[in-house]
Design a protein. Structure first.
Length: 59
């Protein structure tokens, strides 16, 4: 039993997968943050276009 626990604690095969998972999670969170900023800017731009178009059309 102790030998099994020793092998289990010395096993590092899954460490790389965990590291890649953490890196991927960081990249996804960064992309979502950037997309959120871009989305609000795009919405503001299109609202301005809509209001100016309504002014030109007399409404």
């Amino acid at each position: 039993m102790l030998r099994f626990l020793g092998k289990l604690t010395d096993d590092t095969r899954g460490a790389t997968a965990v590291e890649y998972g953490l890196i991927l999670a960081f990249i996804v969170l960064t992309m979502l943050g950037a997309l959120r900023g871009f989305t609000s800017e795009a919405i503001d731009m299109w609202e301005e276009v809509t209001s100016k178009s309504a002014e030109v059309q007399g409404g």
